[in-house]
Structure formats: C-alpha cells, structure tokens
Design a protein. Structure first.
Ligand SMILES: [Zn+2]
Ligand SMILES: [Zn+2]
Length: 180
C-alpha cells in the first residue's frame, strides 16, 4: 500500500482540500479533512478516502459535507424559506389508474420546502418529490449551490468556525504571519 503524502491546503481554514493523499493517477485518493475530525468537533472520527480524479472526492465534499470546491467553505444557506403545497397532492382518487400510479401517489410529497437562493433569486426545491427519508437532507440545496453560486456567498456572511482552542491558535498563527 502506498504511503500517505502531505498535500498543502489553501491555508489552515480550507475545509475542502485533502491534507493527505495516497497513490497517483486514477488511483489517487484524498483523505476527507472533515470525516477525520472527532464527532465532538463536527467530524465522524474516521478515515474516509475518495478518488480525486473521478470526482468521487469532489462529490463527497460537496454533497455529503456541503463544502464548496471554489471557496473551501460551506455553501451559503437559503436566504428565505417557504413551504408550498404540491399540486400532485390534490389529484382525486381514480380507481381506473394502474396500481403503480396509486403507489407513487401514496409516497408523493404533499408539502414542498423551498429555499431562496442569494445568487439567482430563485426558489429552489429542498426536497425530493417522494416523501421518503434521505441520507443527506441538504443534498438538493447543495446540488443547486454547486451549479449556481460559483464561489459567491451571502454578503456579510462569515464566522464559519467553532471558536475553540484550535481556532484560537490558527488565528494567532495567521496574525504572526502577517508581521513576518
Ligand atoms: Zn467526509
Ligand atoms: Zn441559485
């Protein structure tokens, strides 16, 4: 097995770039810098590797953690929320319809949560049309953000990090570097 090699991030607060990679070419994998963090610091306490060349790594960071590859920071959330009734919920029962239709109607969502995007101003569906539990609730928003935000964030947005001892040390280190 190839050994892990240090991979320099764009600064200590870059949440996207893997700190360690292994292998090369199509087999190159990056270690997720968020999963590796302990649970109490927002991670999962596990080594999660994903291939960097087939965008598996990109997919994991963007659609599992909601981290933008362009900013290295979390995607901006919606600026407004609303819930709309879906028309499909008002379809009258029709006994002549085939079974598969009535099945899909049963699981079809009656209310749809939507969020408004700071970049395009559109209302974006935050849920799937099927009323089922999903692994990553924010997936629909993050998919929109990845194709729409293009590195932009809500004006004045910031303060992404928990102000713990690690954060204090990074801030102190960054300050010292400015005076070098
Ligand atoms: Zn991860
Ligand atoms: Zn948008």
């Amino acid at each position: 097995m190839n050994r892990l090699v240090f991979n320099s991030p764009n600064g200590p607060l870059d949440l996207y770039t893997p700190r360690f990679v292994r292998g090369s070419g199509g087999d190159k994998v990056g270690l997720c810098p968020i999963c590796i963090e302990p649970v109490e610091r927002g991670g999962r306490g596990l080594k999660m590797f994903a291939k960097t060349k087939v965008s598996a790594y990109n997919y994991h960071l963007q659609y599992y953690h909601g981290i933008s590859s362009k900013t290295g920071l979390p995607y901006s959330p919606p600026i407004e929320f609303r819930t709309t009734l879906r028309d499909a919920a008002f379809e009258p029962d029709d006994p002549t319809k085939v079974k598969s239709k009535s099945l899909s109607k049963k699981t079809s969502r009656k209310n749809m949560m939507e969020g408004r995007c700071h970049a395009c101003g559109e209302w974006v569906a935050l849920q799937g049309t099927k009323d089922v539990d999903v692994l990553v609730k924010e997936l629909y928003w993050w998919k929109h953000a990845a194709s729409c935000h293009r590195g932009t964030t809500i004006a004045g947005e910031g303060d992404y990090f928990v102000h713990d001892e690690v954060w204090a040390r990074i801030r102190e280190f960054s300050r010292q570097k400015e005076f070098l």
